[in-house]
Design a protein around this ligand. Structure first.
Ligand code: NAP
Length: 522
């Protein structure tokens, strides 16, 4: 059995206590164990802050970019091995696993390109200098400099590769050392990536540390120069962001949490047309990809009332071909959910939505035999479509995220009602509008934009060049207000804001210019 170790103070350390067991969610067989008891978190923090931080900050953006490129190459070089691990420990189909692993190397490469464009400087000038008198004798200039602490990254179980890489890429490029902690249950892929990165020598000592298991007193030790970036459930995020030391020290906290992402089908979209096809493809992909365990997956599907039955018929047609089972078996198109507790939560979630008035039109909470899996084993659930007939009588669909292959179709009668229904999600990561009608697009997009970090507006013209709303890109923001946690990640330079202090320099103009000289102006 593989033992996941923590990587702290430039060495691998096995936990000393009783480990957690990581299983294959298709067979329930153990694949690895992990534990962090005995890890000296104070020493880990000190090493990252005092050794990793200075080493990173002494490098230019272009040099940090080269580190990210080397990290991407180390991951890509072992792509097949990592895909296999993701299938074994995450229940991913090969295509789901590629989404995670290639997403990791792709995001690192995108940030390497960004770092290259920032060039041979170590901090950034933010905007133009401002004259503070009649001449340039007294002037001001904003600068962006790396925070002097450590960035602790706590990730969710669904993207063990991308989650680690997308956060690390941004922090390392900004010049902050990282301590990364994956969700324990699916941490095998993250651990292997860290092993590969250590072997590659891509990073200076202290730049990247890794916790296999619980974080002990690590987060209680963070202070005002540190960053905590968390992805996971809303209640865990709330508990972490409320820690007294984080509040007292004004440590920088970013939370990426739950989201009841919506798709809105415009009234102009005709059944059978190309836009209709894009809409069906997006809903189907989001429901099945990663077995619906994607924070950006479409959970609520709003359709014009007169199209409700047609949408349900066409979605049922597409989803009926889904074959649930062990991803290593032939013909399987959707794997299990990743853990036993996820399975329980998905079943409970379906029950909650149906008790509140939704009806099951496909699938449901009943146990499912996984194709190719041992009898009675595996965390399988059917692709499940629910429908609501009277949107005024349901609330659970707008409040409870079922983190699995489940979506609910809800009718609306006007653009205003569609906007009001989407807003009832309380703030989300991404929602999508499918329409050729420019007036409808403008009304709905601007109506829902304050409630989202990202809105996609789609029609047939994007066909062939469209990855769907569920794909998070390094160039665009990921995060959302309200229920989604209020965080912002990625978005090119924007995501680096979490790790950079914006400071206003003010005084004798030539001296201010001298201090800032050479900084890339952004
Ligand atoms: P979770 O149970 O909240 O766990 C998330 C992470 O927090 C894991 O690494 C977990 O570690 C850690 N954690 C739990 N308790 C902790 C504590 N007391 N101190 C420090 N760390 C702690 O969420 P999950 O089940 O992994 O993920 C599912 C949820 O994440 C869904 O609700 C989904 O919406 C959300 N999600 C959001 C995004 C986004 O970008 N917004 C992306 C993916 C998922 P252990 O595994 O060791 O307990």
């Amino acid at each position: 059995m593989i033992t996941l170790k923590s990587f702290v103070c430039d060495r691998m350390v096995a936990g000393s206590g009783r480990p957690a067991v990581l299983v294959n969610p298709s067979t329930e067989e153990p694949v690895a164990e992990a534990g962090s008891e005995g890890v000296d978190f104070a020493a880990a923090l000190a090493f990252a802050r005092d050794v990793g931080g200075p080493a990173l900050r002494s490098r230019t953006f272009a040099q940090r970019a080269e580190m990210l490129r080397a990290m991407a190459q180390a991951i890509h070089a072992k792509r097949d091995e990592l895909l296999d691990l993701a299938m074994r420990n995450g229940g991913n189909t090969r295509s789901d696993a590629k989404f995670d692993i290639d997403g990791a190397s792709g995001t690192l490469t995108a940030y390497a390109d960004l770092g290259q464009s920032l060039g041979e400087c170590r901090w950034l000038a933010d905007g133009e200098p401002v004259n503070l008198g009649r001449s340039s004798r007294v002037s001001g200039q904003h600068v962006l400099v790396a925070r002097a602490g450590v960035a602790v990254h706590v990730n969710a179980f669904n993207f063990p590769a991308w989650g680690l890489a997308e956060k690390a890429a941004v922090a390392l490029l900004a010049g902050m050392p990282v301590i990364s902690k994956p969700a324990t249950a699916t941490g095998l892929v993250s651990y292997r990536i860290v092993e590969l990165l250590v072997e590659s020598g891509a990073l200076p000592p202290g730049a990247l540390s890794f916790i296999a298991g619980a974080t002990g007193d690590l987060i209680d030790r963070l202070g005002g120069q540190d960053v905590l970036a968390f992805t996971g459930g809303h209640s865990t995020g709330l508990m972490l962001r409320s820690k007294p030391n984080l509040l007292v020290s004004s440590a920088h906290v970013n939370i990426e949490a739950d989201s009841l992402n919506a798709a809105v089908l415009g009234p102009d979209v005709e059944r059978g047309g190309d836009s209709w096809g894009v809409f069906l493809a997006d809903v189907t992909r989001d429901l099945t990809q990663k077995t619906g365990q994607k924070c950006t997956a479409i959970r609520r599907v709003f359709v014009p009332r007169e199209r409700l039955e047609a949408v349900l018929e066409d979605l049922i047609d597409r989803l009926s071909t889904v074959r649930v089972g062990d991803p290593t078996a032939d013909g399987v198109t959707m794997g299990p959910v990743s853990t036993a507790s996820q399975l329980r939560e998905v079943r409970d979630g379906i029950a909650k939505l149906t008790a509140d008035g939704a009806r099951v039109v496909l699938g449901g909470a009943d146990p499912v035999k996984g194709h190719g899996a041992p009898e009675g084993k595996g965390y399988f659930v059917a692709a499940t479509l629910l429908a609501v007939d009277d949107s005024s009588r349901v609330s659970a669909v707008h409040e409870h995220e079922v983190f699995g292959p489940v979506a609910t179709v809800v009718p609306y009668d006007s653009a205003e009602e569609a906007v009001a229904l989407v807003r009832r999600g309380g703030g989300g990561l991404v929602s999508s509008v499918y329409t050729e009608d420019r007036a409808f697009a403008a009304d709905v997009v601007m109506g829902i934009a304050p409630f989202h970090g990202r809105v996609t507006v789609v029609n047939a013209k994007v066909s062939g060049a469209w990855l769907g709303p569920g794909t998070v890109l390094p160039q665009l923001l990921h995060g959302g207000p309200g229920r989604a946690g209020g965080g912002e990640e990625l978005g090119g330079l924007r995501g680096m804001g979490l790790y950079l202090q914006r400071t206003a320099l003010q005084g004798y103009g030539p001296l201010v210019d001298h201090v800032v000289a050479g900084a890339k102006r952004v």
